[in-house]
Design a protein around this ligand. Structure first.
Ligand SMILES: C[N+](C)(C)CCCC[C@H](N)C(=O)O
Length: 355
């Protein structure tokens, strides 16, 4: 295993060779990658004397996979080596997707105690949430990173040396948010439907639950409402996630850049805190639309309660006051910090590791 020691003053401390891109083979188990990311600090790359400086005209990033250097992964587990080899095309990096998948799963493990569905025992084990959150996170981070690649022509290795503008980060975050909605929508619908049947079930003498579990819930929705029923509330989910995931990545980038002195890389603590606050900020902005989205997902085809997102907003505010839009804010924030701190830390570690 490559050593994933906590950074002391940044990821670069784990590098055997501080001076540049050369000679990194041997004991560490890492590949030799010219043009690899030099660390988390924007602007740190070119100052370290890399033999292929950014902007030198040598294509950066993907080149390192095929540049004729031995890929030495003696101590990597098989799946990590497979990940290195599995590259469907040079312009579509996949490790961001894989890192997003794993980091999403790790974040989920931490956030799991906050999940009422799990607490009340509806989900046996964690397979359903892991399958859903990890896939969704993989799509989010993969699309985000590849959109940045398209916008800036820099891969994640160079991104800290040539930092993208906040506008580019926002656009990439919104794009990732928009695309992940269509993976998230069915999982989220099932989760909301199951969560909302927990209360009646908890009372003594209550009727049996309508849905017996996630698979039964999906099958029943398909039967009763057709496959499109699985996407009920997807429009509200799009409104919730597209801008707020832009905000999510901008907050993360901004906090990382703010809290790291020039010439140094963000420490693991910085990444944890920036990730945690990115989660809280985006959930704070997303919570009003989260409330609306859940209400729309609960409405079935036979009893269409609301005419649309705006109608749902207006009627909820009229009937319950503006406070309704902040329902769940505390639990969302409490969950968001650890989940997103771990998600970003593991994501950055994995990309660094796969370099
Ligand atoms: C956009 N919105 C705020 C809804 C989610 C942003 C954070 C996503 C993260 N996977 C989590 O579950 O916290």
């Amino acid at each position: 295993m490559p050593q994933l020691v906590p950074w002391e003053g940044g990821l670069d401390k784990t590098r055997p060779s501080e001076g540049g891109c050369d000679s990194r083979q041997g004991g560490g188990g890492a590949a030799h990658h010219p043009g690899r990311r030099q660390g988390f600090r924007p602007g740190s790359h070119s100052s370290r004397g890399c033999s292929h400086p950014v902007g030198s005209g040598v294509p950066q990033g993907r080149r390192d996979r095929t540049g004729g250097h031995a890929l030495s992964l003696p101590a990597c587990p098989g799946w990590a080596a497979a990940c290195h080899r599995f590259r469907p095309c040079q312009t579509m990096p996949v490790e961001e997707f894989v890192a997003g998948w794993i980091s999403g799963a790790l974040g989920l493990v931490l956030g799991h105690p906050f999940d009422t569905v799990k607490l009340l025992g509806f989900f046996k084990g964690m397979s359903f949430p892991i399958a859903s959150i990890a896939v969704v996170n993989s799509v989010l981070f993969g699309v985000y990173s590849n959109t940045l690649l398209a916008l800036t022509a820099t891969s994640h290795q160079e991104r800290w040396a040539q930092p993208p503008s906040y506008t580019q980060v926002f656009i990439a975050g919104c794009t990732g948010g928009f695309v992940q909605v269509y993976c998230l929508a069915p999982f989220d619908l099932i989760k909301v439907r199951l969560q909302n049947q927990t209360e009646p079930r908890a009372r003594p003498g209550s009727p049996p639950p309508r849905y017996r579990g996630p698979v039964h819930c999906a099958a029943s929705i398909c039967q009763e409402e057709g496959p499109r029923g699985l996407f009920r509330g997807a429009w509200a989910l799009t409104l919730r996630d597209t801008p707020t995931l832009g905000i999510y990545f901008v907050t993360y980038e901004w906090l990382c850049r703010q809290s790291t002195p020039d010439g140094q890389n963000p420490s693991s603590a910085t990444v944890l805190v920036a990730g945690g606050f990115a989660g809280i900020t985006s959930w704070a902005v997303a919570t009003p639309l989260d409330v609306i989205k859940s209400r729309m997902q609960m409405a079935g085809p036979k009893h269409r309660v609301y005419r649309g997102v705006l109608d749902c907003m207006a009627r909820s505010a009229q009937q319950e006051g503006l406070g309704v839009f902040f329902r769940g804010l505390t639990i969302n924030s409490a969950r968001a910090f650890p989940v997103n701190a771990v998600t970003f830390l593991s994501y950055e570690y994995l990309l660094r590791w796969w370099g």
